[in-house]
Design a binder for this molecule. Structure first.
Ligand code: AMP
Ligand code: ZN
Length: 137
């Protein structure tokens, strides 16, 4: 994708601060650094979002997240770590090339994600589950 900022980072056409690279993934420092040690794990071959990944890319991204998260924890000793991944504008995605945020967390760090629970009745949950299961069969 010629116009994609993360494709340009993968290709070395614009600078980034890399922490890990393998066949399918590149991990580099998020330029915004919400907290110190904030890393992005991106796939190398362009995929706009989770839905465009193939299984090999998905597995590789999960492996890299697992590995780099351990390193972040050892390096920065955060109180917690959020794994955040947005798909689509409505979900808050701003760069349309699949990436996962590994975000060290501390009490009172100002990071907020509101979580407006609905707590529907169990029959409603069953109905939602049936819709999903029908598509997994
Ligand atoms: P998202 O909202 O999940 O799509 O996040 C995009 C992230 O990419 C933001 O946290 C930005 O700070 C980060 N970002 C954008 N451009 C760059 C860049 N050139 N190098 C590193 N991080 C970037
Ligand atoms: Zn791209």
């Amino acid at each position: 994708m010629t116009d994609c900022v993360f494709c340009k980072i993968v290709a070395g056409q614009i600078p980034s601060t890399k922490v890990h690279e393998d066949q399918h993934t590149l991990a580099f420092m998020d330029i915004g650094q919400v907290n110190p040690g904030h890393v992005l794990v991106a796939v190398k071959r362009h995929a706009a979002n989770l839905f465009e990944l193939d299984a090999e890319q998905a597995e590789a991204a999960a492996r890299t997240c697992h590995r780099v998260a351990q390193a972040i924890r050892e390096a920065f000793a955060p109180e917690g770590l959020s794994v955040y991944q947005a798909n689509g504008r409505a979900a808050g995605q701003t760069v349309y090339h699949y990436h996962v945020h590994l975000l060290p967390r501390h009490a009172g760090d100002g990071m907020e994600l509101t979580w407006p629970v609905k707590n529907p009745p169990r029959e409603t949950l069953a109905g939602y589950a049936e819709k999903i299961k029908a598509r997994l069969a």
